[in-house]
Every structure is written in structure tokens, then in C-alpha cells.
Design a protein around this ligand. Structure first.
Ligand code: PLP
Length: 423
């Protein structure tokens, strides 16, 4: 069934009225402007909004800490000792993985390093890492520092995938060509599952297939993928993935990261890793005398006992994801982001252009709008008019309508504000 969009308030309201997820907006705190009106919040790709249930989940842990002290590790309503396990099933569903493949721990860049410790094992003949040329800076720093840590030079070891001249997106055939030509020298292919700048989504399964056929390992940074795309990480067959939970997963500023290690590595105790007590066999963890014996699966990469308060906020959020499911979220994304695309295309102004792929399989919620010859003044204007979006130098506004809490009217109002300030 295809929906025929119309650029009218009445149509946007009709879409909201028939939206099966419409009640979820009221389960989140929508930031409010000085004038008392709600913001048009299209920045959930940077920081997801707070579920109203977070406070109660936090209070439960504060209460149990007050009541039990250290005994809360065993006697809290949700005992702290195995607390991270309460997140595993819901998180595994969010990313389409088996529970043994998923753990919540540390933060994204830390997990990226831990994964490279295990899965970037360069030799003199196979030492290269493939990444996007415009990857998120933290990923570049992490990758370059790993290369140097192993005594190689990023000038030789870093292979950057670049869009062709005059294009913004990376063509799949160009990824394929790099793997075909340099595959025997490539140790690791490490891409952003959704490019943070363009919103482009790569074909995980095909890249994994191509990489593996040449003996490369394949990992993804899903900072912009988890909670956004209907991921099938297990089936995609990639080796590992990392993500954060404060963007699409609404778990609060600076919250913990998630990590996926494919099941085929679950019992490989010979994989080199940086170890800590929380990754050690639960039966003997407190004996403290045994040699390190990693827990099977992603849990075996944990280092420390985790921050319960941050995880409590995450539980509140993941309970919502568990209730809705990624499939329904994805169905709404296709309509909601599709509507945004339709309205933007309808603006009779040559200076704006969507650089995100038009193909719905190659994008999630986010659209990146390039404004030709712009400086930041247009963005500052729309901010003044109540929009919260994101500006990326030199000329791109990123907006992401979030299916859990954004409405078709949000999208409509945003485009009205943009139009007003363009003319
Ligand atoms: C948001 C983001 C990060 C942030 O990393 P932290 O370790 O959570 O600060 C890293 N990489 C990408 C691709 C991101 O989008």
C-alpha cells in the first residue's frame, strides 16, 4: 500500500490521527520553548528524549541503595549483581541478535577499542583497515591509534572509502572494488552502519560476505543504527558491532554503549582481549584466584561492574522498545521520513537538496539537507523559530523525525519554518 502524501495541515493531522504509535509521544518529555510552546524536536539522532518512566526506574535503585547498601547487589528488587542481564534480551531484539551476542557495557569509543583489540590483529602482509573517509572523528582517532599501537603507519594501513568527485554517497561498487583489489591486505573493514553525516546505510550482509570471502573481519559502528534501523545483526553475519544508547535509544546523556559479537566467536577463548573481572566466569568471579576464564559470548568482553543508575534509565527506555518492536517503528519511519522527503521536495527553492539516499533501504529516520552557499545563519533562524535540529559544517542540516515521539505535524511545521526562512 502506498500512501499519497499531501502538503497540508489537514493531511498531516489525518496521518497523526491514524498513526498506530501516536500514544507514545505522551510517554516522553518534549522540550519546551521560552514561550511555553513545544519545540519541534528533530534531534533524536543526537540525543533521544527522556521517557517519563525514567524517574521511577531511577528512584527504585536509589531507594534500594538507601535501604540495602551493599546488600542491594543481591536483595534489590532488580539485584545489581546481574543487572546488565536485565537489558540483554530487549537489546538483542533491538539489533536482531541472539542474547549471547549482546552486552551493554562501557561507552561506544571504549567498546570500539576493545573490539579492535580482539578483531584487528594485523600481520606484516595483512594490516589494513577500511573505513569511510568522512567517518565520525572519534572512530577515526580510535582506528588511527590502533594502527599506530601495532606499529603501522596510517598512511599505509588506513584505506578510506570516498564518494566520487561531485557525489556525497559512497557507491557499493566502489566498496566492492576496494575489497576485491586489496582484500588480501585488509585485516578489518570497519564502517558506520549509518553514516552520521549523510544518513547513508550500507549493506551489512553483502559487505560481510565480500570481506569474509577475502579473509577480512568486518565490524560496524551502529551509533546511528541501533534503535533506528530494523537491524538483523546475527543474520548479517558481521563479526562485531558497537553502538551508543543516548541517540536513538533514549537512555540519557552519555549513557552506556552496546556491543555485538557474532555467535561464532562466542566460545573462542583464544581470542586476545583486554580483560577485567566482570568478563570472568560468574561461578568463580569472586574467588579472585583463578586465571581469567572469559564468559562465553559478548559478556566475556566486560571489564568493570557497571553503573546501575545509567542502566536503570536504559531499562526504562528498552521496555518501551520491547513493547513496540523495531518492525512497527520502521514502518512508521518509512512514512514519517517519507513525508519529510515529500515536503522538502515540494519547496520551490533550488538552494536546498537532500543528500541522504532516496532508497528507503539505504536510510533510516535521518535526512541530511544540504543548503547551497549557506552559512550558519539559516540554521540559527530556524532554531529561533523553535526547531531543534543539527548543523554540520560546511552546509548540512540534519533532521531525524523519531517514530516513537515525533508526529507528522512536527515534520509539517518544520518544513513551514524552513520555507519561511529560505524565502
Ligand atoms: C555519536 C557517535 C560517537 C560517540 O562516541 P562516544 O564514545 O559515545 O562519545 C562515535 N561514533 C559515531 C559514529 C557516533 O555517531
Amino acid at each position: 500500500m502506498t500512501t499519497i502524501f499531501e502538503a497540508t495541515t489537514a493531511f498531516a493531522q489525518k496521518m497523526d490521527a491514524s498513526d498506530p504509535l501516536k500514544d507514545y509521544r505522551s510517554k516522553f518529555h518534549m522540550p519546551v520553548q521560552k514561550n511555553g510552546k513545544e519545540h519541534i524536536y528533530l534531534c533524536g539522532n543526537s540525543l533521544g528524549l527522556q521517557p517519563k518512566t525514567v524517574r521511577a526506574y531511577l528512584e527504585e535503585e536509589l531507594k534500594d541503595w538507601e535501604r540495602y547498601g551493599v546488600e542491594g547487589h543481591f536483595h534489590a528488587k532488580h539485584p545489581w549483581m546481574p543487572y546488565h542481564e536485565f537489558l540483554t534480551d530487549a537489546m538483542a531484539k533491538v539489533v536482531g541478535a541472539k542474547p549471547i551476542e549482546v552486552v551493554v557495557m562501557n561507552t561506544l569509543s571504549v567498546n570500539l577499542h576493545l573490539m579492535m583489540v580482539s578483531f584487528y590483529r594485523p600481520t606484516n602482509t595483512r594490516f589494513k583497515i577500511v573505513m569511510e573517509s568522512d567517518a565520525f572523528p572519534s572512530d577515526r582517532y580510535a582506528i588511527e591509534s590502533q594502527i599506530k599501537f601495532h606499529g603501522f603507519d596510517p598512511a599505509d594501513a588506513l584505506v578510506e572509502l570516498k564518494p566520487r568527485t561531485g557525489e556525497e554517497l559512497i557507491r557499493h561498487e566502489d566498496i566492492e572494488k576496494v575489497i576485491q583489489e586489496q582484500g588480501n591486505e585488509i585485516a578489518l573493514i570497519l564502517l558506520g552502519g549509518v553514516n552520521y553525516y549523510t544518513g547513508q546505510v550500507f549493506d551489512f550482509k553483502e559487505i560481510a560476505r565480500l570481506g569474509h570471502s577475502k579473509g577480512c573481519l568486518v565490524g560496524f559502528d551502529l551509533a546511528h543504527g541501533a534503535g533506528n534501523l530494523n537491524l538483523q545483526l546475527h543474520d548479517s553475519n558481521i563479526d562485531f558491532a558497537v553502538w551508543c544508547t543516548y541517540k536513538y535509544l533514549n537512555s540519557g546523556p552519555g549513557s552506556l554503549g552496546g556491543c555485538f559479537v557474532h555467535e561464532r566467536h562466542a566460545n573462542d577463548k583464544s581470542l586476545p582481549r583486554f580483560a577485567g573481572w566482570w568478563g570472568h566466569n560468574k561461578e568463580t568471579r569472586f574467588n579472585m584466584r583463578f586465571d581469567f576464564d572469559p564468559i562465553a559470548g559478548a559478556e566475556g568482553w566486560q571489564l568493570s561492574n557497571p553503573p546501575i543508575l545509567a542502566m536503570a534509565a536504559m531499562r526504562a527506555s528498552l521496555d518501551i522498545f520491547d513493547e513496540v518492536g523495531m518492525e512497527k517503528l520502521n514502518q512508521k519511519t518509512i512514512l514519517l521520513t517519507g513525508y519529510l522527503e515529500f515536503l522538502l521536495d515540494n519547496i520551490p527553492n533550488e538552494s536546498i537538496r537532500i543528500i541522504t539516499p532516496r532508497d528507503k533501504k539505504q536510510r533510516g529516520c535521518q535526512l541530511s539537507i544540504q543548503v547551497k552557499n549557506a552559512d550558519k545563519t539559516l540554521f540559527d533562524q530556524i532554531t529561533k523559530d523553535g526547531v531543534i535540529a543539527d548543523w554540520r559544517e560546511p552546509d548540512v542540516i540534519r533532521v531525524a523525525p523519531i517514530p516513537l515521539y515525533n508526529s507528522f505535524m512536527d515534520v509539517y511545521r518544520f518544513v513551514e519554518v524552513l520555507k519561511k526562512n529560505l524565502s
